[in-house]
Design a protein around this ligand. Structure first.
Ligand code: 7PJ
Length: 295
């Protein structure tokens, strides 16, 4: 059968990237474990919370397990960006994420990623030892780009059409991959102008953020086109509705679908996969990697 996918051999130039004080080899697949510290997060139902207040111990139990299962990154988020979610105050976000980042840094060997769009949180997270700024708004909030540049940390720019409250209303694209590519051309240029060099930028097409099911499926099928821009690509599809819709399964039954799409993303050149189920994803990607590296 004919296929349009082209597989790309990693080049030396992109092999290593510095995340805070830790070098990672991006010719290998890496897993980012999601540690939500939001009471309303859709996938864990706020299980890290006791009566709405942060339960640091529970977050650390989860964090330790994910590192033991092979996570290279832990992504700490204090703002729910699920469709229709309410916004949080800066202070609330700081109170949620900073103690978790500090505790992880004190006891675990892993790169801490902070999932935030808020300048004050970017600055405080870097001070607390974060090694990556992961922003679903691609540093588009006022002051965010400058705050990120000042940290000198790598940034992950994610594409979203619209904002979390309305993004799923009626997303429209001329060409899903083409439009997202153009969006990143612009954001990368803005970052360069603002003091974030291109070798510190990762990109993420933002599965589920202002995209229909068809958009999400096309995006994954054609992910190699985004990879060919030459920037490291991160993807997050874990437990998302694109899996639920195809399989007709609730959030807690989407693991096998998630493993399939993680492997497909890796095969097309994505190098960091953001998931809730670290152990199974690590095994899947190690297996896929062995096949891809065979000669
Ligand atoms: C993503 C994210 C994603 C990046 C969330 C969820 C919703 N960051 N933060 N990529 N999704 N970089 O976990 O389902 O896809 S929050």
């Amino acid at each position: 059968m004919l296929t349009t996918v082209t597989y790309r051999v990693p080049t030396k130039r992109e092999a290593k990237m510095l995340f805070g004080d830790k070098w990672l080899d991006l010719t290998e697949p890496h897993v980012m474990g999601v540690v939500n510290v939001t009471p309303d997060s859709f996938s864990d139902g706020g299980s890290l919370f006791a009566s709405q207040s942060l339960c640091l111990d529970a977050a650390m139990v989860r964090a330790r397990a994910m590192v033991a299962e092979g996570a290279s990154f832990l992504d700490i988020g204090g703002e729910s960006t699920r469709p229709g979610a309410d916004s949080v105050s800066v202070q609330q976000e700081l109170d949620r994420v900073i103690p978790v980042i500090e505790a992880i840094r004190a006891s675990l060997d892993v790169v801490v990623s902070v999932d935030t769009s808020t300048p004050q949180v970017i600055t405080a997270a870097a001070k607390a030892g974060a090694g990556l700024i992961n922003d679903v708004r691609a540093l588009g909030r006022s002051g965010a780009l400058q705050a990120a540049a000042d940290t000198q940390l790598p940034v992950c720019l994610m594409h979203m059409q619209g904002d979390p409250k309305t993004m799923q209303d009626n997303p429209i694209y001329d060409s899903i991959v083409g439009d997202i590519g153009l969006y990143f051309d612009d954001r990368v240029k803005q970052c360069s102008l603002g003091g974030i060099p291109v070798d510190r930028i990762l990109i993420d097409p933002g599965f589920g953020f202002g995209k229909t099911l068809d958009h999400n499926l096309q995006l994954l099928k054609q992910l190699d086109q985004l990879v060919s821009k030459g920037l490291p690509v991160l993807v997050g599809m874990s437990r998302k509705s694109m899996i639920g819709s195809v399989l007709d399964r609730p959030v807690d039954e989407r693991l096998y679908g998630g493993l399939a799409v993680s492997v497909m993303a890796y095969e097309r050149g994505a190098r960091i996969v953001r998931v809730h189920d670290v152990g199974p994803t690590v095994d899947s990607l190690r297996m896929a990697h062995a096949v891809m590296m065979s000669v």
